[in-house]
Design a binder for this molecule. Structure first.
Ligand code: ZN
Length: 303
């Protein structure tokens, strides 16, 4: 049983996510950036400057057609690409689990994408298309004497297509990896332990070190969550010293008392530290004292 490799696994997970984004998100991102430049340039060509109104109906019609043509040519096969990335996520999670189980006699189950996930993936294309359609509708709305600023909601809709695709890729890739780790370890008769990402949020932090026989609801627990799971069995509890889950939980608690959290407000971090002190912790007195000081002064040291 090897647990020191978790940071290496999280790096592998991040690499698959990054690679998928380069393949799936970047083409759309570039296309949308080009849309912004085209909208700007063509307006200047047609009406003189972006301060000028669209005072020529024919030119405006042609301008609108150019922009809508560009939107219509946006890359549109994201679902198929994401489905392939999910299969890679399953392979990666399977490989990581086998390495950690370190016992060739255990059964390795084959992972397939659940129907529910496949359905969610197939909706990604629809979400992208509908955001781009919205952008197109704002272009349609441009009337006589329109101003360039009226395109702002079109740009916002087009960008939201990229943002939502980016978020979907993060979600599906990380979900696929956790899913495979869970299924393969369950198949081998093992449970799981929840592992936080670096700077995990307070919500995720409260799961760190928790163990389960049947898998967790996530990770991901929320958009952009890169926490993970690893195989775990009570049989692996050492005779002396903290078990791996206990060590993880201790580190998570230390983060709470130090006020380290990637995304939570100062108020939420102070409240979490307060709750933890109230519940009691075996962390060193010095760490507890500095947390008490932080609660009293309203700020963690170094923040
Ligand atoms: Zn998380």
């Amino acid at each position: 049983m090897i647990h020191e490799d978790q940071s290496r696994y999280q790096r592998q997970n991040q690499q698959l996510e990054d690679q998928t984004k380069a393949d799936v998100v970047k083409p759309l991102k570039d296309h949308v950036a080009q849309f912004g430049r085209l909208a700007h340039q063509e307006w200047v060509n047609a009406f003189g400057s972006t301060d000028a109104k669209a005072d020529d109906a024919l030119k405006l019609a042609s301008y609108k057609a150019t922009l809508k043509g560009h939107l219509a040519a946006a890359p549109s096969s994201q679902s198929a690409d994401i489905a392939r990335a999910v299969e890679k996520g399953h392979a990666l999670g399977t490989q990581q689990t086998i390495e950690q189980i370190d016992d060739p006699s255990r059964r390795v189950v084959q992972i397939t994408t659940p129907n529910r996930t496949a359905k969610q993936i197939s909706k990604v294309n629809d979400n992208v298309s509908s955001a781009l359609d919205d952008a197109g509708s704002y272009i349609d709305l441009l009337g006589d004497d329109a101003e360039f600023e009226e395109l702002t909601p079109a740009f916002a809709s087009a960008s939201s297509a990229v943002t939502s695709l980016d978020r979907s890729v993060t979600w599906f890739v990380n979900q696929a990896i956790s899913y495979a780790v869970t299924k393969v370890s369950n198949g081998a008769g093992l449970g799981q332990v929840f592992i936080g990402e670096r700077d995990a949020c307070l919500d995720c932090n409260s799961n760190v070190g928790k163990t389960s026989d049947k898998g967790f609801d996530g990770p991901p627990v929320h958009p952009n969550c890169r926490c993970s799971v690893a195989p775990w069995s009570e049989d692996w509890t050492p005779d002396e010293g903290p078990s791996y889950p206990e060590a993880l939980e201790r580190e998570a608690n230390r983060s709470v008392l130090k006020g380290w959290s990637g995304s939570d407000s100062n108020t939420a971090r102070l409240a979490a530290a307060d709750r933890l002190l109230e519940a009691g912790t075996k962390l060193p007195a010095s760490v507890q004292q500095s947390a008490r000081r932080a609660i009293k002064t309203g700020a963690f040291a170094g923040t």
